[in-house]
Design a protein around this ligand. Structure first.
Ligand code: SAM
Length: 262
């Protein structure tokens, strides 16, 4: 039959898509590669239908290949006889373990049919969580920043794997970026943190990303003209696209919505 790669979204159980949930409910077995994805999956699937896989914490490529070969050997017969799912956080095709499984199955078990259910990726969820708007006409690059590295160049970057925020921040600030960090966004497990201050994130947590923007790179939008009006209405704006919450409040006011002032 089929193996479904199902994206679970960033970590809140109710951000699994309707299609993803339906596949999980119908699958005979749901494999999860880690603790976090397992905890999201068990919100939708009874424990007895979860199949755990054992992956070593290693960068040794031989060891990793062995682990994926073993995982594929476990999954393939279940997917041949019935319906199996393999879950990942976010989207299965974005920086995800699912790619290893797909390649291993293609090499050793090509008879297994694959289908993918996309998930809400951190690549898009970050914007809402951080109050960022990626406006039409702007460019956004995705980079990795593990171990304190600070990639530079593009006007706007989304950085994954920010494991040493203070060190990464130093390099980004020096290159003229304004940076906002997000940790465990839309994630039930652990504390969600959104901050401009990297010292709040000095403890390492793999589920940390950063959005870095050159302030001068903002692309003017036709509706920016409305922001001048909001000044008259007494709402302070910084003219930037970064404070979406404030901008939305201004726009609601212009539309006649009642706005609470704290
Ligand atoms: C290997 S990538 C997995 C991406 C995932 N497949 C997706 O589509 O979102 C892991 C990196 O994504 C980022 N990430 C994923 N989910 C996150 C979340 N809920 N909150 C903050 N960062 C997250 C972190 O930077 C983490 O190091």
């Amino acid at each position: 039959m089929t193996l479904y790669g199902v994206g679970l979204g960033p970590g809140d159980a109710d951000l699994v898509t309707v299609r993803g949930r339906r596949v999980l409910e119908d699958a005979d077995v749901v494999y999860s590669p880690g603790r976090l994805s397992r905890s999201v999956a068990t919100e939708h699937v009874p424990e007895e239908r979860i199949g755990d896989l054992d992956f070593p914490m290693t960068r040794d490529e031989d060891e990793l290949r062995r682990a994926w070969k073993d995982a594929a050997a476990e999954i393939a017969p279940r997917a041949r006889e019935g319906t199996a799912a393999f879950v990942t956080l976010g989207d299965p095709n974005v920086y995800s373990t699912f790619g290893h499984l797909r390649r291993t199955l293609a090499a050793f078990h090509p008879e297994v049919d694959l289908a993918v259910v996309p998930g809400v990726s951190a690549v898009t969820a970050f914007a809402t969580a951080l109050g960022v708007e990626i406006t039409a006409g702007s460019r956004l690059a995705l980079r990795e920043a593990d171990g304190g590295v600070a990639p530079t160049g593009p006007d706007r970057m989304l950085l994954f794997k920010v494991t040493d925020a203070p060190a990464t921040h130093e390099g980004l600030a020096e290159a003229g970026y304004e940076v906002t960090y997000g940790r465990r966004l839309f994630m039930e497990q652990g504390e969600t943190v959104v901050t401009d201050d990297p010292t709040e994130l000095d403890e390492r947590d793999y589920y940390t990303l950063a959005y870095a923007e050159k302030p001068e790179s903002r692309v003017e939008q036709a509706t920016d003209a409305f922001l001048e009006l909001t000044d008259d209405a007494g709402v302070v704006t910084d003219g930037g696209g970064r404070n979406l919450a404030r901008q939305e409040r201004s726009e609601s006011e212009l539309c006649g919505d009642e706005v609470r002032r704290d």
